[in-house]
Design a binder for this molecule. Structure first.
Ligand code: SF4
Ligand code: SF4
Length: 460
């Protein structure tokens, strides 16, 4: 082979080796900062193993080393192609519009509020006798944030209760009369204003959709007037997400996870009630939908407002933080500019391959199967009774599924590089699933409790 060509191949190999080593070293540092110690070690090891052949071929001449160099260059080109060439990008054409409205009386939180012996209790199980045995099971457990639950901790549970109490104080301002004088506004500009302001208040993403019939619960189930049909004729719904702290969730299913849930219900609720009040001050009706007081199914609204896709665990999967978010919604008659829904096939394809949430779920509530037809729509459906019974045993809201989901990694350059590949190519997705398992574990154990959370007095 021509000497200059051999020299060029060697230099290219050496460059790729140095680049690979540098990139993997950077990735290891990021993982260390994320306190992902297993991933740090494995990325560092991979960095050495992957860059070493290129460095040897690039820097150490040996007989016929150009043949090894060509092989390595082809491997590198293939890897880049798998990442960059869009493969398996399908348009979702199926109709996933829910055919019936969800009755809020059927959701677990509503059923948990039914007092045994009360007229409401008797009426519910007369209508839904099949649910009685299932619900007796969770009622036989200590309960959410209750003494006697497996992970009961007076400090952590009191902290979570405090956040829930603070959300409760918002209830009286979720829906009030608008100002009598109406300000006329440009829909595009006011939408932009609210989105920017929402982010300034702490939201990660904010989207708008026209309010559709199937967004609404059919009947009220968690507050008064219980059992009444939901009658809300607002024209628009604005959905927002806030981030749940990754490190707090790393302790799931222990107490920090419910502390974090409660705190983010509060954070999302605070933003929603402010936006609703702001809109009413402009003279338009607006209602905030926050923890404990919803008239809409938040994940459906958020999905249609372009904030993400619904994945295997039935939660909204946002592009940057996956399911590691909490949601709130504001419905209003203020004319707004609606966003396009983004139908992301890559999420469905990734979930079809991954199944990590199903592996780790302690109550086997998440299906390993493909999406099935539920109420006329093909989707994954979790066993909410099994999940809720587990919550009532442990006292926390678990969160193991959210904690291990590969989409839940932090929103930074390292994970966003992977996210691009996942969105772009089904070949990359096929590799990303085992790679995430290798780096972070297929069923990673929960982190132990941080020292600052241990407030028990020392025994004498
Ligand atoms: S853990 Fe995997 S299967 Fe489950 S929601 Fe996340 S990506 Fe989908
Ligand atoms: S919260 Fe826990 S019990 Fe419920 S579905 Fe997720 S992993 Fe399973």
């Amino acid at each position: 082979m021509h000497v200059e060509l051999i020299h060029f191949i060697s230099v290219l190999s050496a460059t790729i080796g140095v680049l690979l080593f540098t990139l993997m070293f950077g990735a290891a540092i990021v993982s260390l900062k994320e306190r992902e110690f297993r991933a740090t070690g494995r990325i560092a090891l991979l960095g050495v193993l992957m860059s070493l052949p290129y460095l040897v071929v690039g820097f150490i001449p040996f007989p016929n080393h150009e043949i090894a160099a060509i092989f390595l260059l082809i491997t590198a080109a293939l890897a880049v192609a798998i990442y960059l060439v869009p493969v398996g990008q399908k348009q979702i054409t199926e109709d996933d519009t829910p055919k019936i409205r969800v009755d809020e009386r059927d959701i677990m939180f509503a059923r948990a509020h039914l007092l045994p012996g009360s007229e409401r209790f008797e009426e519910y199980y007369r209508r839904k006798p099949d649910k009685k045995a299932l619900d007796d099971k969770f009622r036989s457990r200590p309960g959410l944030l209750a003494k006697g639950s497996t992970y009961f901790d007076p400090a952590l549970f009191s902290a979570a209760e405090a956040s829930f109490e603070a959300v409760g104080s918002f209830q009286k301002i979720i829906d009030q009369e608008p100002a009598t004088e109406r300000v006329h506004l440009d829909p595009e500009r006011i939408t932009k204003f609210i989105k920017q302001w929402g982010r300034k208040l702490g939201a990660i993403s904010v989207g708008v959709t026209e309010l559709r019939d199937y967004h609404l619960y059919s009947h009220i189930g968690r507050n008064e007037p219980y059992g009444q049909p939901v009658d809300l004729d607002h024209k628009f719904a604005l959905a927002l997400t806030v981030e749940m702290d990754k490190h707090m969730l790393d302790h799931a299913p222990y107490g920090p996870t419910v502390m974090e849930s409660a705190q983010q219900y509060l954070a999302s609720g605070a933003i929603a009630v402010q936006i609703a009040a702001f809109i009413r001050n402009l003279g338009y009706p607006a209602r905030a939908h926050i923890d404990g007081n919803y008239r809409v199914v938040c994940p459906l609204v958020a999905r249609d407002a372009g904030l993400g896709e619904i994945g295997r665990m039935g939660l909204l999967m946002t592009p940057d933080l996956g399911p590691r978010v909490r949601l709130a919604v504001v419905t209003t008659d203020l004319p707004l500019a609606a966003d396009q829904r983004t139908r992301d096939y890559s999420v469905l394809d990734f979930c079809a391959r991954c199944k990590k949430c199903a592996v780790v779920c302690p109550s086997q509530a998440i299906s390993f199967d493909d999406r099935t037809e539920n109420d006329g729509v093909k989707r994954w459906q979790i066993n909410s009774e099994a999940c809720f019974t587990y919550w009532n045993s442990t006292g926390t809201d678990c969160g193991r599924c959210v904690r291990v989901c590969p989409y839940s990694h932090p929103d930074n350059l390292l994970h966003n590089v992977v996210r691009f590949g996942v969105r772009n190519s089904s070949l990359f997705r096929a590799l990303a699933v085992p790679m995430d398992d290798y780096l972070y574990g297929r069923n990673p154990p929960p982190l132990g409790m941080p020292a600052w959370m241990n407030v028990a007095a020392d025994e004498d």
